[in-house]
Design a protein around this ligand. Structure first.
Ligand code: PMP
Ligand code: GLN
Length: 383
C-alpha cells in the first residue's frame, strides 16, 4: 500500500494505564496492585461447570442475546436484590464483559454532537467511545476525599444536547458509592427529560460495612430510562473470561442489541451455561462483600502506621491512598518510581481526572492473596 498514513478516529487516545502498569510490573517483576484483577483462582466448581458445558457440546454459537437459562437466572437475581423484573427475552443481553455492554449502549444512542455527562475520575473506556461516535463528553469532577457528586453542577450541565449521563457505583477508582439521596437527586434532574442513564455497576456485589448497593434498577423512575451494565469477570474472579451483561427496558435494549449483533453477534457459549448453573446458589455472590471487606481491612490494618492517608473504600476492590505526606512528586512519576525502585505497581489517579489533575493519589487493588497484600504493605510502610 502506497499511503500508509490514515486519519485516526481517536487521535488523542493513549495506551491504557492498565496495560502500561501491568506490563511494567511484569518487566520489573513487581508486585502488581495496579490493574484490577484477582491473583487467586476462580472457584474450581465453576471451572468444572465450564468443562462440563464443553463436554456436553455447548461449543457453537449461542443465541445472540445470550443463553436463555442465563438470562433467566440474571432476571431472578435482579428481582430478588433490587425488586425489578427484567424480561429475559427482551430486556437482558449477555455481552463480552461490561466493556462491550458499555460500548454497545453508548454506540446505540450517541449521535454526532450529542453530549454525554461523565463524572470524573472515570473509567477509561467511556470517553473514547463517546468521541468515536461523534459525541461530546461533558466532564464533571467529583468533589473532595469522598468523591461526592455536586448535583447542582450536574443539573447545570444538562442542556438540550444531553443524550446520556454515565454513573458508576461502586466507583472505580475511588471505591466510593452513590447513596439513596444521590439517586433521588439524579432522578429529579432526569425527570421530564429524555436523557438515557448508563449505569456501570460492575462492582455491585463488592460493598462494605453493611452499606447497600443503590442500583438504578431499584428506582422505577430511573430504571425506565436506564441501561445497567454488569461483569461476571469482576464478580466471580475470572476477568479473563470477558463475560458480562446489560439490562434495560425493551425499547432501549432493542437498539443496544443492534450494535451487539454487529459488534460480536454472541459471546462465549460454555461460560454462559456454567454461569447459569452457578448463579442458582445466591451465596456465590452474596458472600463476596464479606470476602473483600476482609481483604480491605487486612490491607488497611497492615498500612495503618505508614505515612499514607486514606478513607476506607465503601466498595469495589480498590483503595486510594494519599501520599502527600511522603512526596510532592507528580503521581505518575511517583507510581513509576514505586514500581521500579520498590517493586510495587499501582495506578496514578490523575489519568482519570479532568486535565489529568494530580491530587497525590494512587489506587491499589486489594483483590490479592493475603501474602501479596502483606508484601505490598511492607513496601508501603517503608516509605
Ligand atoms: N467498568 C468499570 C468501572 C471497570 O472497572 C471495568 C473493569 N473491569 C469495566 C467496566 C469492564 O468490565 P469487564 O472486565 O467485564 O469488561
Ligand atoms: N477495570 C480494571 C481496572 O480498573 C481494568 C480493566 C482493563 O484493563 N481495561 O483496573
Amino acid at each position: 500500500m502506497e499511503n500508509t498514513t490514515h486519519k485516526s478516529k481517536l487521535p488523542g487516545i493513549k495506551t491504557s494505564i492498565f496495560s502500561i502498569m501491568s506490563k511494567m510490573a511484569n518487566d520489573y517483576n513487581a508486585i502488581n496492585l495496579s490493574q484490577g484483577f484477582p491473583n487467586f483462582e476462580t472457584d474450581k466448581a465453576l471451572k468444572k461447570l465450564v468443562t462440563k458445558a464443553m463436554n456436553d457440546g455447548h461449543n457453537q454459537y449461542p443465541p445472540g442475546p445470550g443463553v436463555k437459562i442465563l438470562r433467566e437466572q440474571i432476571s431472578k437475581k435482579i428481582v430478588s436484590l433490587y425488586g425489578k423484573t427484567y424480561d429475559p427475552d427482551t430486556e437482558i443481553t449477555i455481552t463480552c464483559g461490561a466493556t462491550q455492554a458499555l460500548y454497545s449502549a453508548i454506540t446505540a444512542f450517541v449521535h454526532r454532537d450529542d453530549e454525554v455527562i461523565v463524572l470524573k475520575p472515570a473509567y477509561d473506556s467511556y470517553e473514547p467511545t463517546i468521541k468515536q461516535n461523534g459525541g461530546i463528553p461533558v466532564q464533571i469532577q467529583l468533589k473532595g476525599e469522598d468523591f461526592k457528586v455536586d448535583w447542582e453542577e450536574v443539573g447545570s450541565a444538562v442542556s438540550s444536547a444531553t443524550k446520556m449521563i454515565i454513573i458508576n457505583t461502586p466507583h472505580n477508582p475511588s471505591g466510593k458509592i452513590l447513596t439513596e439521596r444521590d439517586m433521588q437527586e439524579l432522578q429529579k434532574i432526569l425527570s421530564g427529560t429524555k436523557i438515557i442513564l448508563l449505569s456501570d455497576e460492575v462492582y455491585e456485589h463488592l460493598i462494605f460495612d453493611g452499606k447497600t448497593h443503590e442500583s438504578a434498577s431499584r428506582y422505577p423512575k430511573l430504571a425506565e430510562r436506564a441501561i445497567v451494565c454488569a461483569s461476571f469477570g469482576k464478580t466471580f474472579h475470572n476477568t479473563g473470561w470477558k463475560t458480562g451483561y446489560c439490562v434495560a427496558p425493551a425499547s432501549l435494549m432493542k437498539e443496544v442489541r443492534k450494535i451487539h449483533e454487529i459488534a460480536v453477534f454472541s459471546v462465549n457459549h460454555p461460560m454462559q451455561v456454567a454461569y447459569a448453573e452457578y448463579l442458582k446458589d445466591p451465596e456465590h455472590y452474596l458472600e463476596l462483600s464479606k470476602f473483600y471487606q476482609n481483604k480491605r481491612d487486612l490491607f488497611l490494618n497492615l498500612i495503618k502506621d505508614s505515612r499514607f492517608s486514606y478513607t476506607p473504600s465503601d466498595g469495589t476492590y480498590y483503595q486510594i491512598l494519599n501520599f502527600s505526606a511522603i512526596t510532592d512528586e507528580y503521581d505518575v512519576d511517583f507510581a513509576v518510581r514505586l514500581l521500579k525502585e520498590e517493586g510495587l505497581a499501582s495506578i496514578p489517579v490523575s489519568v482519570f481526572n479532568i486535565n489529568e489533575k494530580d491530587n497525590s493519589q494512587l489506587r491499589f487493588c486489594f483483590a490479592k492473596t493475603d501474602e501479596t497484600l502483606e508484601k505490598a504493605a511492607e513496601i508501603l510502610c517503608k516509605l
